[in-house]
Design a protein around this ligand. Structure first.
Ligand code: IPM
Ligand code: MG
Length: 363
């Protein structure tokens, strides 16, 4: 089991270190190799996704990723910005299926800005197409005014585009995931305005005919954004394109109280995957030892389940996280009065302790 470890920028190094600590106590034969990615890679090698890093990722069974980005790179040309590393990894590894579960942990219902009854028991899964749409469509760019009328560019443009096979394969992923849950899929589009998303809706409907046991409905993205805060528990599996999925998954994450809790998995057709927390690099709190490592630890659990075929080890991590929350430990982002505030490292240690205690009790 080869794991490429790419901690990246900001809090990335701190949170990935905790996930590795947790993986280490599972006593499984992992081979881990670490490489630079994002801003730190640009600083060292002049590129956010150096050849060597990409090669390591391609050759691994799974990639454990921290986060990339820092405001200090905002002025760089786009191709050198840290975000290009994650986009490049997704495209080069063909990681088209992005799983972003939004689960409300019972102990954290009060951390959400929504009323407890709206989110208590929430367990939805956003499946975001990750290698197409306006993120990657060509052409894109800026047009310079021929007569030099404007100092910069005259206009800028991106292309929203989906090819049939791209929609078909993500639709299959969604229907199959729904079969393991409550057999309901909501496909989110903007078919009332965009040709691309009328096509999306048509193709998802076609694929849906192969899954008569799964209930499919369609929703416009603006309405979906509203329903997600109004009655999020009405959803089960949501499938949508790259752009809408980016936005809705952040919204869904906040329903649960903290984006610091949510893992994600990005898979290709051969189940090779990249696993990362749903949150970013949080440069404002980097180096302070206060970031929540649980999203990354839970991403490692997803990695064990989806790419490394170790579902029991994944269960052990997930149940250890629940135990730790139940014991009242909280990092700052999920802290509320009465709970014990801990830092990044103490949270990781607590998960390790919860795993090892259970192992010993079981003998
Ligand atoms: C995400 C992030 C990325 C995206 C950025 C960092 C490129 O927001 O994973 O949701 O837009 O996909
Ligand atoms: Mg995003």
């Amino acid at each position: 089991m080869k794991i490429a470890v790419l901690p990246g920028d900001g809090i990335g190094t701190e949170i990935v270190a905790e996930a590795i600590k947790v993986l280490a106590v599972l006593d499984l034969p992992f081979e881990m190799e670490t490489a630079l990615v994002g801003g730190v890679a640009y600083d060292a090698h002049g590129h956010p996704l150096p050849e060597a890093t990409l090669k390591l990722a391609k050759e691994a069974d799974a990639v454990l990723f921290g986060a990339v980005g820092d405001w200090k790179y905002d002025k760089l040309e786009r191709q050198f910005r840290p975000e290009q590393a994650i986009l490049g990894l997704r495209k080069n590894l063909g990681l088209f299926a992005n799983f972003r579960p939004a689960i409300c942990y019972e102990q954290l219902v009060d951390a959400s800005s929504l009323k407890p009854e709206v989110i208590s028991g929430l367990d939805i899964l956003i499946i975001r197409e990750l290698t197409g749409d306006i993120y990657f469509g060509q052409p894109r760019g800026r047009r310079i005014a021929p007569d030099g009328a404007y100092a910069g560019a005259e206009e800028a443009f991106d292309t929203m585009r989906y090819a049939r096979p791209e929609i078909e394969r993500i639709a299959h992923v969604a229907f199959q995931a729904a079969r393991k849950r409550s057999k309901r899929v909501t496909s989110v589009d903007k078919a009332n305005v965009l040709e691309t998303f009328q096509f999306w809706k048509d193709v998802v409907t076609e694929v849906g005919q192969q899954y008569p046991d799964v209930e499919l409905d369609h929703m416009y993205v603006d309405n979906a954004a509203m329903q997600l805060v109004r009655a999020p528990k009405k959803f089960d599996v949501i499938v949508t394109g790259n752009m809408f999925g980016d936005i809705l998954s952040d919204e869904a994450a906040m329903l649960t109280g903290s984006i610091g809790m949510l893992p994600s998995a990005s898979l290709n057709a051969s189940n090779q995957g990249l696993y990362e927390p749903s949150h970013g690099s949080a440069p404002d709190i980097a180096g302070q030892g206060i970031a929540n490592p649980l999203a990354t630890i839970l991403s490692a659990a997803m990695m064990l389940r989806f790419s490394l075929n170790q579902p029991q080890a994944a269960d052990r991590i997930e149940s250890a996280v629940k135990d730790v929350l139940a014991s009242g430990l909280r990092t700052a982002d999920i802290w509320s009065s009465g709970a014990t505030k801990v830092g990044t490292r103490e949270m990781g240690d607590a998960v390790v302790a919860a795993i090892t205690t259970k192992t010993t009790t079981k003998g």
